[in-house]
Design a binder for this molecule. Structure first.
Ligand SMILES: Cc1ncc(COP(=O)(O)O)c(C=O)c1O
Length: 381
């Protein structure tokens, strides 16, 4: 049996060798608690603050606008809950806006804010390619709207949203914008000045950093209460002893991603376009997501009359690791909410497949993946 092929880089990525090397000293030699006064503590703190500066340089913001968290999910939770509650306490309003295609880290947080914290929530629809319409954003805004959360790029269908335009609409009305950039940061420009968002969430394991660490950019002056209380870490916004080696790893990984962006993306596009060209030849198949505004490494499809979970299992038996949308939902027999939001009927929506390429992906792997998917889907008809 040939070597297995991993085409699920949107689910997670391997830690880059240089990133792992940068992390290692902070497990043993420099193991100090950055809150301690002594030299062990100071060494650890120095590493944290250098990492903060490195991440701020990529995002084009001030280092003290970065809050370290435990993952992308926590960053989304902190951004939404922290700002929504603080805005309400400041008497600014009680209405939040998000979209139907957000990752559950945002969508379930927004729904909890509605169902348990008494906020009003508008969930915007998307067009057939998964893009939010600016006219819908404008129409949903009320005098008491305080926060709009729209993801930068979607994990299931790769569609990129017009964040700068949405942020401009929001800013003109004094509304805060949060964007979930957990998928986008591995490939797209995450310059917060150009994007204009007030908050931006990152998770390191999507860009060749370690799992279990994330960051939230919060523009200076954005009201926020902490979601996790305790000590005064992260300037009182996120309590808990800092995960020094992982933070060092995240900063190293983000720097690398920014340096390699152009070359990596050009290669990803070429591989991705091969997958799209070949797999849309399969009868009763469609590309999901936007043909143009999509992540360079991302291809996603629906096959009519196919059970997506069964397809994944069959592909796995053939040595091909793929996904049918968000990894968190694998095993869920209901069609994906994201694919349904695009307007697909159940017999199409159940048969979704996501293939995402990464740094280690080769042409040969892509060619083999095309052969395997075409054969397996054909055999399931
Ligand atoms: C768009 C998006 N947001 C948030 C998350 C959650 O990130 P994490 O796994 O770091 O908690 C993911 C992970 O799948 C994602 O793709």
């Amino acid at each position: 049996m040939p070597d297995p092929i991993y085409l699920d880089y949107a689910a997670t990525t391997p830690v880059d060798a240089a990133v792992l090397e940068a992390m290692m000293p902070y497990f043993r030699e420099n193991f100090g608690n950055p809150s301690s006064i002594h030299r062990w503590g100071r060494n650890a703190e120095k590493a944290i603050e250098q990492s903060r500066r490195d991440i701020a340089a990529v995002l084009d913001c001030e280092p003290n606008e970065i809050i370290f968290t435990s993952c992308g999910t926590e960053s989304d939770n902190l951004g939404l809950r922290g700002a929504a509650v603080a805005q309400r306490e400041a008497g600014r309003g009680n209405h939040l806006i998000t979209t139907a295609i957000e990752h559950h880290a945002v969508l379930h947080t927004a729904v909890q804010l509605r169902d348990h914290y008494g906020f009003d929530l508008t969930i915007l629809p998307v067009d057939e390619h998964g893009r939010v319409r600016l006219s819908d954003v404008e129409a949903a805004i009320r005098p008491d709207t305080t926060l709009i959360s729209v993801m930068y790029a979607n994990n299931e269908i790769g569609t990129i949203q017009p964040i700068a335009e949405i942020a401009a609409i929001a800013r003109a009305r004094n509304i805060i914008t949060h964007t979930d950039a957990v998928q986008a940061a591995s490939q797209l420009d995450a310059n917060v000045k150009r994007l204009g968002a007030d908050m931006l969430a990152l998770g390191a394991h999507k860009f060749y950093g370690p799992k279990g660490v994330g960051a939230l950019y919060v523009r200076k002056g954005t009201p926020m209460i902490p979601a996790q209380t305790g000590g005064g870490h992260e300037r009182g916004r996120r309590a808990g002893t800092s995960n020094v080696p992982y933070i060092v790893g995240m900063a190293a990984a983000l720097k690398l991603v920014a340096e390699r962006r152009e070359t990596d993306n050009a290669r990803y596009r070429q591989l991705r376009d091969k997958l799209i060209a070949a797999l849309t030849q399969i009868p009763d198949s469609r590309l999901t997501g936007h043909p143009e505004y999509r992540l360079p490494n991302h291809s996603s499809f629906v096959f009519r009359g196919i059970d997506g979970n069964e397809l994944l299992m069959r592909l796995d038996l053939e040595g091909l690791a793929a996904s049918s949308g968000s990894a968190c939902k694998t095993g869920d027999p209901e069609p994906s909410e994201v694919i349904t939001a695009l307007g697909y009927e159940r017999d199409w929506a159940l048969g979704s497949l996501r293939l995402t390429v990464g740094r280690p992906t080769t042409e040969v792997e892509v060619e083999r993946a095309v052969e395997v998917v075409t054969r397996v889907v054909g055999g399931m008809k």
